[in-house]
Design a protein. Structure first.
Length: 379
């Protein structure tokens, strides 16, 4: 193996695990039925696969199966959560509180809601990427409908104190929506312990297929009602119309089961590898870690190489799969809004790379990557 064929961008996407693929394959062939076809065995078999996957996903996050809505991914789930709740409750509450380091799917949805009359308060983060709870508390009012705080940032891995955030939101009668896309599968999450009211899941972030995800919507204490943002067919109890992606949903369920089995062992191993790589890079000088290094995902490292262009480093490190930030931001070519929100300069943001380790990363690969970075920085 060489350092020109090593993937370290697991926060962007993950390969479908062989166990997941094995569970999916029959639903492309012999179990190909439409889960909404209730008059024959082909439909029944598909519906059974969907029902089992719903139970698997619910178990992963400590929810009830009836609280899981299948979607095309986390972005759709975010849109449904924000726009669906606003449409239902905006006559009574039209205010959203959002932290500035949220994913573009949240920020762009908020911009869309502003055009419909939503009032948005953007709460800044500290230099380490965490929120100041006093500032957040001051932003939440009796008119606040949703407080949007992601569990783990997709670029820095920084974790937020969701239980404390939930107490603030619920104290004013607001709901807590958390983008848990990056956290689920890497950390344990129980939505009841964390007091989350809505959260989203994406299969391809945890070794499932692309194009499928889920939205958790609390059913009681409090019960949250969503207005659907897509019409036609009344699927998912009328909350998300569209023919169900049965193979994908089965894959999401299998990925959820895999995550429940392996997350602790994977997290421990990835944390060790990340620390090894960070220490090697920091020892080279003019290298620092962006974000809180204590409260973050076990696999994620966002590193600033001061004096070096991240784009130049990527060209030198051809074949090593790292990125300049989220896949969405990288596609646009803009400096990371997350790093800018944390007080980094544009120059530092453009000198930063995200390295995200995964289930299949080895210690040998980390050694090769560390050596490749050392050579690149010394040239």
């Amino acid at each position: 193996m060489t350092a020109s064929s090593i993937y370290l961008d697991y926060n962007a996407t993950t390969p479908v695990h062989s166990e997941v693929l094995e569970k999916m394959l029959p639903y492309f062939t012999i179990r190909f039925g439409n889960a909404s076809s209730t008059s024959h065995p082909w439909g029944w078999n598909a519906a059974e696969g969907v029902a089992f996957a719903r139970e698997q996903v619910a178990q992963l996050i400590g929810a009830e199966p009836s609280e899981i809505i299948f979607t095309s991914g986390a972005t759709e789930a975010i849109n449904l959560a924000l726009k669906g709740t606003f449409e239902t409750y905006h006559a009574f509450r039209n205010h959203l509180v959002v932290i500035t380091t949220e994913h573009a799917a949240v920020l762009d949805s908020c911009q869309a809601l502003q055009k419909q009359g939503a009032q948005i308060t953007y709460v800044p983060v500290l230099q380490d990427g965490t929120i100041n709870l006093d500032v957040l508390s001051a932003a939440v009012t009796e008119k606040t409908l949703l407080v949007c705080v992601m569990m783990a940032n997709n670029e820095t891995g920084v974790l937020q104190p969701l239980q404390e955030v939930a107490a603030i939101a619920h104290g004013k009668g607001a709901f807590l929506f958390s983008d848990t896309t990056q956290a689920i599968g890497k950390l344990r999450l129980d939505v009841n312990e964390a007091c989350i009211d809505l959260c989203c899941i994406s299969a391809h972030k945890m070794h499932g297929p692309k194009g499928v995800g889920a939205l958790y919507v609390r059913r009681k204490n409090p019960r949250i009602n969503l207005t659907p943002i897509m019409d036609g067919g009344g699927h998912e109890n009328g909350r998300r119309s569209g023919t169900l992606n049965v193979p994908g949903i089965v894959g999401l369920g299998a990925a959820a089961e895999l995550a429940m089995r392996d997350w602790w062992e994977d997290a421990q191993r990835m944390s060790v590898l990340r620390t090894k790589l960070e220490q090697h890079l920091i020892d080279l000088g003019n290298v620092s870690v962006n974000g809180n290094t204590k409260f973050r995902l076990p696999n994620t490292s966002n590193i600033c190489f001061q004096g070096f262009s991240a784009a130049t480093l990527l060209r030198i490190l051809t074949g090593i799969g790292v990125s300049t930030g989220s896949a969405c931001a990288s596609a646009l070519g803009h400096p990371s809004h997350v790093l800018l929100a944390m007080g980094r300069t544009i120059e530092d943001a453009n000198s930063s790379l995200r390295i995200s380790i995964g289930k299949f990363t080895t210690a040998h690969e980390i050694t090769l990557v560390a050596d490749a970075f050392e050579r690149a920085l010394k040239n």
